[in-house]
Ligand binder design. Sequence first.
Ligand code: FE2
Length: 193
Amino acid sequence: MEVKPLKYTELPGLSKRQLSEHHDVLYAGYVKKYNEIIEKIATTDLTTANGTYSEIRELFVEKNFALNAIKLHESYFDNMTDKPVQLEGTVKRLIEERWGSVEKWQDEFIALGISARGWVVLAFDYNLGTLENYIYDMHNQGGVADTELVLVMDVYEHAYFLDYATARKDYITKFMEVIDWNVVNKRVAHQNN
Ligand SMILES: [Fe+2]
């Protein structure tokens, strides 16, 4: 797996330093570790498998952690833009169908941003057939099966602390202003064809 580059170097509300520490150091670190784990799995002794402790168990637990970290971070970086995009199209319709109004969805999404320990995700749920807001307290804790990431917001302190210190709500407010709704619309497009 390879590190995907950022589409921008800075954003209104997120500095170059904040973004490069987050992307080039933290996210790139997950990619490096994922590759290391995959290499180790290839030579692991499967006969020592054990539910309390075994090498294969630990490798697969951490593989989930690293892979979700990569997927969530790539979605997050990709659903922000330095050129503001209006919320419209399919995703607007699906939000209005599910929450009644964009404002109601946004209020819940922002409240979850304050409540989550890691991530807030707007996802398309294939069983329910609707968009849903979910929280992940860690990369590998909180995901719901059979759902697809549509809009991802990182609320770990590392995502904003250099720019905002403890003012998470200010970071969230800025995040809401730099969402690339074109990207979000592309992610939901195929579910409604
Ligand atoms: Fe992050």
